[in-house]
Structures are given as structure tokens and as C-alpha cells.
Design a protein around this ligand. Structure first.
Ligand code: PLP
Length: 374
């Protein structure tokens, strides 16, 4: 049997990793500025993280969600405190897409409505509802395209209000910083306007923090830069540093009932041990502050070049937009300079380094980047 051929692969085979460093099967060392799509939050194979998972596996690896799991309760309590959403509830699942799926479903259950407002250039995942609110027709099958979705331009509050006036909108879903769509930060005040509009028309405000959340932007959640509260916050990626895990934070106004949401694997012991270790490390090593400090340092160090149009982002979520396609630059960074980076679209290098990145590692990248741009 072959693998279903849907991924464009680099010719690199990682076999070992630590912090922001990866080694391949030939012993070549790489600097990781992408964290496997923003998943590696506290660094590869952090000793505290590895030990927590090993210890948990020695005790119990899995049981279903039909028994009490104190690790889930501990995670909910700690996540409430660190995120400032203490009076919210936590539902645990397995991925970013599943989190968005659950958020959309909950908004629809709560309001009894079936339309969702999403934004151009959004990415919310590949399951049925999540992909329907994703602005990329290439990955929306006819089966997914049946959902009622209205796409508005980012920052267009009037367009959102016009759609809300229809009276059938269950929720508005937005990335507090768009990731795959090109590191687009909503203009100041826009998220607050969405909050007010959702309140006026009885729709739920869903913040997708799957990529921009968990400390990456230099605040625990990126929407906290705008001082707004969401009705539902969706999580994935960095929450368990690579063990599949997702979740949603749910405002007190949503009423739980038995069977309303569910999952087999969500909240399992290993993911919980991993997620608790991630919070330990984020707190102990002050990684939210580090993301801000090193991210801003890196952004400010990007050299001026006629090839570069704009550098934007917050914390360790950085887009370097070029006037030209970046594929050759990214290849050179990987194969000649041994640095992993990502892209958004054809013209942007996207950096989503582990939150433990140091200024010295940022300098290493900047030096290599200057040489590649020569
Ligand atoms: C903003 C955002 N939401 C949702 C997802 C989907 O997450 P997953 O791939 O874990 O389903 C992603 C993945 O890139 C994302 O960037």
C-alpha cells in the first residue's frame, strides 16, 4: 500500500529534536522556525514534557469519557486562570478543525439558527463545517458546500451587520490573527465592533485561536490584544506540543446537556498529561513574554530589501511578505542554511517558531536570511 499522495514533501527526514533544533537521519542539524505548523509550543522533546507523558503511560494510557478524569478537571481550572476565562467551561477534543466544528455546532444549538459569518482569507480546518467556513474553494467539496455561510471582508463591520440583519446567523467565526491567509491582524477596534454586533443581533462570537493562541502572539490569546471577550474560543496546535489535542472554552450562557457534544479520544490521559506539562513550562519559563520579546526582536531585525513588501505579525507569529514568489528563498533556507520556515500563499514566508526561541537563534536566522537575499 502507498500513502495517499496529498502532501508536498521536503526531502528531509527528521529523527531527533530538542528545543528549536531538529536533526535529520544524516546527522544534519536544522533550526526550526516553523514548529511543524505552530504545533511545537514549548520546544521539541522538552524534558519535563517527555517525563510527564512517560509517567502517565506507566499509570494509565486510555479510558473513555464515561469515567471521571481528574486531569481534565485540572487542565480546565488552570486554563481558566492562565487565559483569564475562569468562569467558562472546557470541552476537550482532538484537533483545531474538530474544535471549530464543535464551536459552530454549539452556536447553532444555542441560537437555533443555521448561518455562519466567516471572513475572506480565513482558514478553520478541513472537517465539514470548518472547511465550509474556510475561504478556499479548492478544499471545499460539494458535500461540504451545503452549509449556510456568508463571507465578509476582514475589517468590514458594515458587511457583517448587513449579513446579521437577515436574522438567521448563529455565529461569527474569526481568527484573531489570520494565519494561513497571510498573517492579517484585524484593524484596531474591529473585534470590539464584532462583539457589539453579535450582542445586538444575538449571534455567538467564536474566536479561532488554534494558530494564534496559546501565547504565540505575546498574550495568551491574540484577541486579548483588543480587550474583547469571545463566547467560544477554539484551541488546537500548541495545546499539547504535538500530541493530538484540541478544545473549546465556552461562556457560562451555554447550557450543557448530556450527549450534546462528545468524542472518543478527546481529553485522554496522555493528551492531558502533555497539556498540563505544556502549561507548567509556559508558566515556569515565562514563554508568553518570551514570544513577545524575541518575536518583536526578530521582526525588527528583518533587513530592508527591495524584494520585501512588508513584515507583519505579533510575537512569534510573523509574516514576511515579498514582491516575488518565496518558494526558491524557502528552499535555500532549508537546504543551504538548514532552517525550517513556512509560507502563506505564494509570496509570504511565515514564521511560527517554538515559543522557546532565543535571540541568538533569531540572529542565526537573520544572518542566513541576509545571505539568501544577497
Ligand atoms: C486558524 C486555524 N484553525 C483551524 C485549523 C485546523 O487545525 P487542525 O489541522 O488541527 O484540524 C488550523 C490549522 O492550520 C488553523 O490554522
Amino acid at each position: 500500500m502507498n500513502l495517499f499522495d496529498v502532501y508536498s514533501l521536503f526531502d528531509v527526514t527528521p529523527v531527533k529534536a530538542s528545543g528549536c533544533t531538529i536533526w535529520d537521519d544524516k546527522g544534519q542539524e536544522y533550526l526550526d522556525l516553523y514548529g511543524g505548523h505552530a504545533v511545537i509550543s514549548v520546544g521539541h522533546s522538552h524534558p519535563r514534557y517527555v517525563q510527564a507523558i512517560k509517567d502517565q503511560l506507566d499509570r494509565i494510557g486510555f479510558y473513555s469519557n464515561s469515567v471521571r478524569n481528574p486531569l481534565q478537571e485540572e487542565l480546565a481550572a488552570r486554563l481558566g486562570v492562565i487565559s483569564g476565562y475562569e468562569d467558562y467551561s472546557l470541552f476537550l477534543d482532538n484537533s483545531g478543525a474538530e474544535s471549530n466544528e464543535n464551536a459552530l455546532k454549539l452556536a447553532s444549538f444555542h441560537t437555533g439558527k443555521d448561518r455562519v459569518i466567516a471572513f475572506r482569507k480565513s482558514f478553520h480546518g478541513r472537517t465539514s463545517g470548518a472547511v465550509a467556513v474556510t475561504d478556499n474553494p479548492n478544499i471545499v467539496s460539494p458535500f461540504n458546500a451545503v452549509h449556510k455561510v456568508t463571507f465578509c471582508d476582514l475589517n468590514d463591520a458594515e458587511g457583517v451587520e448587513k449579513a446579521l440583519r437577515g436574522g438567521d446567523v448563529a455565529g461569527v467565526i474569526i481568527e484573531a490573527i489570520q494565519g494561513c491567509g497571510g498573517i492579517n491582524i484585524p484593524r484596531p477596534g474591529f473585534l470590539a465592533e464584532l462583539r457589539a454586533l453579535c450582542d445586538k443581533y444575538g449571534a455567538c462570537l467564536i474566536m479561532d485561536e488554534v494558530q494564534c493562541g496559546y501565547g504565540r502572539s505575546g498574550k495568551f490569546f491574540a484577541h486579548q490584544w483588543d480587550g474583547v471577550l469571545a463566547d467560544i474560543v477554539t484551541l488546537g496546535k500548541g495545546i499539547a506540543n504535538g500530541l493530538p489535542c484540541g478544545g473549546i472554552l465556552i461562556a457560562p450562557k451555554f447550557k450543557a446537556s448530556k450527549g450534546l457534544l462528545g468524542t472518543t479520544f478527546g481529553g485522554n490521559y496522555l493528551a492531558m498529561a502533555a497539556a498540563l506539562a505544556v502549561l507548567d513550562i509556559i508558566e515556569y519559563e515565562k514563554l508568553v513574554d518570551n514570544a513577545l520579546e524575541v518575536g518583536e526582536y526578530l521582526k525588527a531585525s528583518v533587513p530592508e530589501s527591495p524584494l520585501i513588501k512588508e513584515v507583519r505579525g505579533r510575537g512569534l507569529m510573523i509574516g514576511i511578505e515579498f514582491n516575488v514568489p518565496v518558494a526558491p528563498i524557502r528552499s535555500q533556507l532549508l537546504y543551504d542554511k538548514h532552517i525550517f520556515t513556512g509560507v502563506a500563499g505564494k509570496n509570504m514566508i511565515r514564521l511560527l517558531a517554538p515559543l522557546v526561541l532565543t535571540k541568538a537563534q533569531a540572529d542565526t536566522f537573520i544572518q542566513a536570511f541576509k545571505e539568501v537575499l544577497k
